[in-house]
Ligand binder design. Structure first.
Ligand SMILES: C[S@@+](CC[C@H](N)C(=O)[O-])C[C@H]1O[C@@H](n2cnc3c(N)ncnc32)[C@H](O)[C@@H]1O
Length: 187
């Protein structure tokens, strides 16, 4: 665990170690389908997913991020320099072995997608329109009972907070919260 935390913290990002640890465990539990990450930035959560999958059942990971100039709703600035850092971090952590970067905006990817998804982690555009779009693009591929995990769900002004409320009303259950990260499931 200590090595994991040190390595995680060496990658710039806002995911806390306990949240990374939970993603690692969820990735290890995936027995069927791929792991989808929407929003990779410099690869902090990608590393957690990669390690978990290698410890578990070798589910392939698809990391989706255009790495283009983008300003998040909470003021975060992102851009092509993150692509270089992502590659460096994938090499440094050995995550290149099972992580496939799809360097495109999420909604461009799904029209041609065919693989089932065993874990869906959404941490991209936190505007309501952005997170709802990502959810709607990817949820048709999510296997029954597979976890949907959302970041930044505790700020009432953020899109993920609003989306979680809508999903609960629509029959999803929040099965777990690790700080700002929420895990949801439906039967
Ligand atoms: C909060 S960061 C992700 C943090 C990352 N998961 C980590 O653990 O450090 C948000 C990322 O979403 C990406 N993003 C923004 N719009 C996107 C879209 N339409 N599809 C995929 N990624 C997107 C940004 O480029 C940025 O890198």
């Amino acid at each position: 665990m200590d090595d994991f935390v040190e390595t995680l913290k060496s990658i710039r990002g806002a995911l806390a170690p306990e949240q990374g640890q939970r993603l690692r465990e969820l990735a290890a539990e995936v027995k069927e389908g791929a792991i989808i990450e929407v929003g990779s930035w410099r690869g902090r959560s990608t590393y957690a997913l990669s390690l978990g999958s290698r410890e578990g059942n070798q589910a392939p990971i698809f990391a989706i991020d255009p790495h283009e100039a983008f300003t998040g709703i909470f003021g975060g600035e992102f851009g092509p320099q993150d692509r270089a850092a992502f590659f460096r971090n994938m090499l440094k952590t050995g995550s290149w072995e099972n992580v496939r970067l799809i360097n495109l905006s999420s909604e461009i990817v799904t029209p041609g997608w065919t693989l089932p998804v065993g874990l869906l982690w959404i941490d991209g555009d936190h505007s309501y329109e952005g997170v709802k779009r990502d959810y709607e693009c990817w949820v048709p591929f999510l296997l029954p009972g597979a976890p949907l995990v959302l970041d930044d769900t505790i700020h009432p002004e953020g899109g993920p907070y609003r989306l979680v409320g809508e999903l609960e009303a629509a029959g999803w259950r929040v099965t777990e919260r690790v700080g700002k990260v929420a895990v949801l499931q439906r039967d």
